[in-house]
Design a protein around this ligand. Structure first.
Ligand code: M6R
Length: 613
């Protein structure tokens, strides 16, 4: 959560920083702020509650000059989202400014100790403690700012990506990270920093991903220097980004979410490309290179959060059915505080779009310490999770900016399906013919999604009927129970309508009591082995006066005869049906949220990547 951006070079920093903040706004949008060192050596700090556009309005009449600056967009953790708690935070004299993404866990103890020394705090944030601590160390010991920063970072417990500037040194920007991402963009006579590469790509594709406990010393006149926790210079590993500015823009769509829903035929094409060979064999480098680990695997443990966890539930079924491996699926946030009994004979699969989710990262570290082999399924190339895992597969669906995960979900399930086929081939649980059949079905997914998207207008008109209901139930069975969970999550996070996902047959054990004519139920009911059973479940809802929206396979005649609304999806192999069934659910959530006037791409209280506990 929170996005940070920084600039030092020959251009005016403010426009670069503001543009960068807009790109990072998906990470948090409670407040925003900027610190600029003007040509006279004065540090101007402007902060505002609300979005980056509010900050821009606030800055309209201000001095925004300067070629060195840092900026921040906040997802509040410590202290309410107001102007005072907004970043940048500064020391008492206002000569140091700092922006921070992460959480300083021992901030209360540090704050108390600093208050005893006479420090006066303005905000309730953990971040102000860090800048005041750096200032205090520098003042009391007479050391340099870099030494004070190093000493302060030794004292803090928690996660941080920070950027720091000093009014007394107009030629230097310091940046550091532990457990929160930070990218340095190396241009010609200018350097950028960002929580991810999106604020940087317009200016340079040469980047360095800072590693844990590293400090970047970014100087106007010298090459980039990076030091580690022991104060040793480390290699500056410059990588070339494969990202385009167009991927970060709405491209004519009213929202990123809609653009990302519509991109899915292409994103799945990219996800599959090169991985299905001769139309019949799945080839994943991460599996081929580690065949022994997968052959000997006692079980697979999947760790993830949110939508990625839903993908993991589908992955469990795929891996068990196609590759014959026992699988458990854990919320990473629960796994990390449990005694999960994983060991060297286990493979842990970590799924994360952003590759930065703090709980998933912590679960990976724990699994690795227990000797497990960790396989990552990530979207963001070079992300912390991608680097922390032993190996893995990128989903390659391009930047996902809408807070609600859409194309990442379908990409994750597609990779899990390919993984299950690859492991089935390797472990001999799938015959060549069986593997070829599923591989061919996977290759058809982009076309099937194009077909599934054709129901958009139907869903739009149907959405108006349900805009003002207060609760929704989503039911599915087998492969589509997790799809029901995902549909409910999509609706609640962007429309703020309460929605619950449940296995359809479990309804009779409790939730059926909720059914009345005010509670619509969405059934995910494609033609599969449990189709007849799901029809009975629909009857049970209808018998109690509930209205039913059913996602059915084209050509189904039984369900249209009893449901109030029917949305057709093209026929698809049962094990891949969640990928296609997700499309109408994404569209339903989207249209209802738009009709309710919600901020679809930036729903309240949320942020795209959750880099705090
Ligand atoms: O980046 P990750 O996949 O690790 O993120 C996990 C969840 O925070 C994420 O899927 C979240 O639930 C989405 N907003 C759901 O749409």
């Amino acid at each position: 959560m929170c996005g940070i951006v920084g600039y030092i070079g020959c251009q005016q920093a403010y426009p670069i920083l503001i543009k960068g903040l807009h790109r990072l706004e998906y990470r948090g949008y409670d407040s925003a702020g900027v610190a600029l060192l003007d040509p006279n050596g004065k540090l101007n700090i402007y902060k505002s509650r609300g979005k980056v556009s509010d900050l821009e309005r606030f800055c309209e009449s201000k001095d925004i000059s300067g070629t060195l600056g840092i900026a921040h967009t906040r997802w509040a953790t410590h202290g309410e989202p107001n102007d005072i708690n907004a970043h940048p935070h500064f020391n008492e004299s206002g000569s140091l400014a700092l922006v921070h993404n992460g959480t300083i866990e021992n901030y209360a103890v540090l704050r108390e100790a600093l208050e005893e020394q006479g420090c006066v705090f303005r905000s309730q944030t953990d971040t102000e403690v860090l800048v005041q601590l750096i200032d205090y160390i520098r003042r009391s010991s007479g050391c340099t700012l870099l030494e004070a920063l190093r000493e302060a970072l030794k004292q803090v417990v928690g996660a941080y990506a920070i950027a720091l500037i000093d009014a007394e040194d107009p030629d230097t920007l310091l940046a550091a990270r532990r457990s929160s991402p930070l990218v340095v963009g190396v241009g010609k006579d200018e350097t950028f920093i960002g929580s991810d590469a999106s604020p940087i790509i317009e200016f340079t594709n040469q980047v360095v991903y800072l590693r844990d406990d590293e400090i970047a010393i970014i100087s106007r006149h010298k090459p980039l220097q990076i030091i580690d926790a022991n104060n040793h210079n480390t290699e500056v590993d410059i990588q070339t980004l494969r990202l385009s500015v167009a991927q970060l823009e709405k491209g004519g769509y009213p929202h990123f979410m809609l653009k990302e829903i519509y991109e899915q035929p292409n994103t799945l094409h990219d996800c599959i490309r090169g991985r299905i060979v001769d139309g019949c064999r799945v080839q994943l480098a991460g599996v081929q290179d580690n065949a022994e680990r997968f052959l000997q695997a006692r079980r697979v443990v999947i760790v993830a959060c949110g939508t990625s966890w839903h993908a993991g539930l589908i992955g469990k079924r795929l891996l068990q059915e196609l590759a014959g491996i026992p699988v458990t699926v854990e919320y990473a946030s629960e796994f990390r505080y449990s005694k999960p009994l994983v060991g060297p004979e286990d493979v842990v699969i970590a799924i994360s779009q952003s590759g930065e989710t703090a709980d998933t990262l912590a679960a990976i570290k724990m699994a690795k310490e227990s000797g497990a082999f960790v396989y990552g399924i990530c979207n963001v190339v070079g992300s912390s999770i991608a680097r922390e895992t032993n190996t893995g597969t990128y989903i390659h669906v391009g930047p996902e900016i809408g807070v609600a995960s859409t194309k990442a979900f379908t990409g994750q399930v597609t990779v899990l399906a390919m993984l299950a086929v690859a492991l089935g081939q390797l472990r001999g649980t799938l015959s060549t013919e069986e593997a070829a059949e599923i591989a061919a079905d996977i290759s058809r997914l982009p076309d099937l999604i194009t077909e599934a998207l054709q129901v958009d207008d139907i869903i739009k008109s149907l959405s108006s009927t349900y805009t003002y209901v207060h609760n929704f139930l989503y039911l599915g069975r087998g492969y589509n129970f997790p799809t029901a969970l995902e549909g409910a999550l999509k609706l609640k996070e962007i429309s703020y309508i309460h929605a619950e996902g449940y296995p359809a047959a479990e309804m009779k054990h409790g939730p059926i009591a909720l059914i009345d004519n005010e509670l619509p139920t969405v059934f995910i009911a494609p033609n599969d082995d449990l189709h007849e059973k799901v029809i009975s479940n629909i009857q049970q809802v209808k018998a109690r006066g509930g209205s039913v929206i059913a996602i059915v396979t084209k050509g189904d005649t039984a369900i249209p005869a009893i449901a109030d609304h029917v949305i057709e999806i093209p026929p698809v192999a049962e094990c891949l049906s969640p990928i296609i069934a997700a499309i109408p659910l994404q569209l339903l959530a989207y249209h209802i949220a738009v009709m309710k006037g919600r901020d679809v791409d930036m729903p309240r209280n949320l942020a795209k990547s959750v880099t705090v506990e």
